[in-house]
Design a protein around this ligand. Structure first.
Ligand code: IPD
Ligand code: CA
Ligand code: CA
Length: 264
């Protein structure tokens, strides 16, 4: 079963990330390189986690392509493609904040069919299979039921590129008076799982990559959230990701569109 494979392999990678985190806490050295911006970092632990995922998938699912943040790859047409973010929330990892995860999804023709998001420090495991549901540590998930948008807790995130994050900041400023509060937790996969678990009422972000949302968006959707993926909501912007508890979804979408989300 694809969900079982995703969970097993992500758990192995999470164990390697947890060991690296422990070594770091004990004063160990961390090799850090930068990518799209000086603030966009990659550590040896990111690369090791992705390598482990690739090795395990080669054993368990030989021949199926893997698309990963650090080593790249391409999606296959027709069959299963595995999509991995080896550490989502690397900046949290680097600063000793526990909110980071290994995210692994199986996609068919760009659509997630199974996925797992595992938080190494807490050991929490979010899993989902299309049409079957979403779980946190085996407990079935369902989204929150916020009565009003002004009582909703909304998560978001910011891109690494300066000009873009300034535009994102302006959009968030326009929303602050409309909602209970905003959270920027630092790992998109966990934000999406938080919507699935009712720990956030909604979440949106521009500029995510496939590996950021592939597993978490399935968790949110299978828990009952309204989910919009990049390319599917031009009123919010071509690369917007949006997940919301149903009672506030339409109003939040309208407010974001009215506040200029498409221009972010
Ligand atoms: C980032 C995190 C962050 C989000 C960024 C992502 P990374 O992923 O998910 O919360 O705001 O857009 O790039 O770089 O830690 O894998
Ligand atoms: Ca990521
Ligand atoms: Ca990452």
């Amino acid at each position: 079963m694809l969900k079982t494979v995703a969970e097993q392999v992500a758990a192995d990678a999470a164990e390697s990330v947890r060991a690296a985190w422990g070594a770091l806490r004990d004063g160990g050295d961390l090799r850090v390189d930068t990518k799209s911006a000086d603030t966009d970092v990659v550590t040896a632990a990111d690369r090791e986690s992705e390598e482990l995922v690739r090795q395990r998938l080669a054993q368990l699912r030989p021949g199926e392509p893997v698309l990963g943040e650090e080593a790249g790859g391409e999606a296959a047409e027709g069959g299963v493609t595995w999509v991995v973010d080896p550490i989502d929330g690397t900046v949290n990892f680097l600063y000793g904040l526990p909110g980071f995860a290994v995210s692994l999804a199986a996609q068919v023709d760009g659509v997630s069919v199974a996925g797992a998001v595992i938080e190494p420090v807490s050991g929490r495991r979010w899993t989902a299979a299309r049409g079957e549901g979403a779980w946190l540590d085996g407990r079935r998930l369902s989204v929150s039921e916020p009565a009003r948008l002004d009582l909703a807790l909304v998560g978001t995130g910011f891109a690494y590129l300066r000009e873009r994050r300034l535009r994102q900041g302006r959009l968030v400023a326009g929303l602050l008076g409309e909602v209970r509060d905003i959270r920027r937790l630092g790992a998109a996969s966990l934000d999406l799982c938080a919507v699935g678990a009712g720990r956030l009422d909604a979440y949106f972000e521009h500029g995510l990559n496939r590996w950021d949302w592939a597993a978490g968006a399935l968790v949110a959707e299978e828990a009952g959230a309204r989910v919009l993926l990049p390319g599917s909501a031009p009123d919010l912007g071509e690369d917007a990701t949006f997940a919301s508890a149903p009672p506030i979804a339409a109003e939040l979408r309208e407010r974001l569109a009215a506040a200029g989300a498409a221009e972010v």
